[in-house]
Design a protein around this ligand. Structure first.
Ligand code: FAD
Length: 434
């Protein structure tokens, strides 16, 4: 009996130590497993941090390279006109041609900011002075030995078919050919994408207003950055689908560029999903449906009605005015709000008289006109115009007496005794040669 009890105790003791051993092994195993998992997790975290640091470094290097290149190339800039050869002329779609321009002197091309434009002085037959016209650069500056502009022939207004089509754009479309030499002023303009920033942007274009937007999208792609760009482009149908193949390639090769093409009047053979993305116009409802939020910076270019409806829509959607940038190719119908003149200034301005000596008109200045060019237009006095931003020099007029104030700074001040009508208003009574 006693030996039986002893056996029992020994066996129980053995099982107990076995169980304790097992528990210990299991605990140690578990501890080792958690330690290993923790070490792996830490390693993974470190690796992610390293990758982020490398990405940041890459971005910084890219930015420095960009600045160096800009500096290097800007030193190769030019004053006045420089001769460019039309190296290639390509029909893009109905009434639209792309012109690839190479400097005739073979010297390097200065960089430019995506969104800027070139100013051409065209020697048209039968004109006593060159016709000045501005065209946006439609390709990025990245590693290119050419500048590209894309020009649409402007037809007579639909309600005045008896008028001739646009002089400059018709000349480009019908007369200018490969090998021709053109007089071109250096790239300029205040409407551009800041390539040193990485903030997401929305690019919105209507018709030929695609040109500065395509340049911006191309610049983002060429920079190799992951900067997000939503790109909305509205045309009637494929006949007006400028740079179609290039746009599709851009979107296919860069997942950060989200292209949305809208056809307002698709042709019978045009297929949604293949040729275009949305039926209808680019409108604020589409933007609200596509964009994850409204906190982007917006860049717009298109005709007056297009831009007016979108800028109004963006404002109503709560987008701050500072985040909406636009460019008009003709007389601006959308105006940035400006700081209104003080009551004393308004009283002074409203007393001033402007005399258009050639037209034989003397009128009281209308402060609401804003600038001299708009004032002249409202009174049917003809003053040439181009960029309407004080850059191209088309609207320069001689001052016979009086002084002007510049309401926004022109790229460079015109000769003494003249003014740039699109960016100035009278400071005193004024007599101008118009
Ligand atoms: C910064 C900027 C960038 C631009 N970028 C581009 C671009 O990338 N691509 C592009 O295609 N365009 C661009 N433009 C527009 C371009 O500069 C010209 O305004 C456009 O090509 C029309 O010029 P035009 O000489 O052909 O027409 P204009 O001769 O100026 O004629 C304009 C219109 O007036 C009509 N007209 C003719 N005679 C009369 C008359 N007696 N009375 C009333 N109307 C008349 C014409 O039929 C035409 O419809 C840009 C403009 C600016 C300011």
């Amino acid at each position: 009996m006693q030996s039986f009890l002893e056996n029992l105790r020994t066996e129980a003791g053995g099982s107990l130590s076995l169980a304790a051993g097992l528990v210990l092994t299991f605990t140690l195993g578990l501890w080792a497993f958690f330690e290993m998992a923790r070490a792996l997790w830490r390693l993974y975290g470190d690796r992610q941090e390293q990758l982020a640091a490398i990405e940041k470094l890459h971005n910084e290097v890219r930015e420095v390279k960009l600045r160096c290149r800009e500096l290097e190339q800007s030193q190769a800039g030019w004053n006045g006109c420089r001769k460019f050869t039309v190296a290639k002329k390509v029909r893009e779609c109905e009434d639209v041609h792309a012109f690839y321009l190479k400097p005739h002197d073979g010297r390097p091309l200065p960089a430019f900011k995506p969104g800027q434009y070139l100013t051409f002085q065209l020697d048209l037959p039968g004109r006593d002075k060159p016709l000045v016209r501005c065209y946006s650069l439609s390709d990025s500056a990245h590693q290119k030995d050419y500048y590209r502009v894309t020009i649409k022939k402007e037809q007579a207004p639909p309600d005045r078919p008896e008028l001739p089509p646009g002089a400059g754009s018709t000349y480009f479309t019908e007369v200018v050919k490969e090998g021709d030499i053109l007089n071109v002023k250096a790239p300029t303009g205040h409407f551009f994408l800041d390539m040193t920033r990485m903030n997401p942007v929305v690019l919105i274009a209507g018709g030929v207003g695609i040109t500065p937007m395509l340049c911006m999208a191309n610049a983002i792609a060429a920079s190799g950055s992951k900067r997000v760009a939503y790109f909305f482009f509205g045309v009637r149908n494929q006949r007006e689908h400028i740079h179609k193949a290039e746009l599709e390639k851009l979107a296919a090769e860069h997942e950060n560029i989200h292209l949305h093409v809208c056809y307002s009047r698709p042709g019978p053979d045009e297929v949604k999903g293949r040729d275009y993305h949305h039926e209808g116009r680019v409108c604020i409802e589409l933007l609200k449906a596509v964009l994850p939020a409204n906190n982007f910076e917006y860049y717009l270019c298109g005709n007056g009605a297009f831009m007016k409806s979108l800028t109004d829509g963006l404002e109503a959607w709560g987008v701050p005015e500072k985040d909406v940038h636009f460019e008009a190719f003709g007389p601006a119908t959308v105006k940035k709000k400006t700081v209104p003149p003080t009551p004393t200034e308004t009283v002074h301005l409203a007393r001033l008289e402007v005399t258009f000596s050639r037209s034989g008109k003397t009128l009281r200045w209308e402060p609401a006109a804003g600038n001299l060019l708009e004032f002249a237009r409202a009174e049917n006095v003809k003053i040439d115009s181009g960029c309407c931003a004080g850059s191209c020099g088309s609207c320069v007029v001689a001052i016979k007496s009086g002084e002007v104030d510049y309401i926004s700074q022109p790229s460079s001040l015109p000769d003494a005794g003249t003014c740039l009508a699109c960016v100035c208003r009278p400071k005193t009574h004024l007599v101008i040669d118009a």
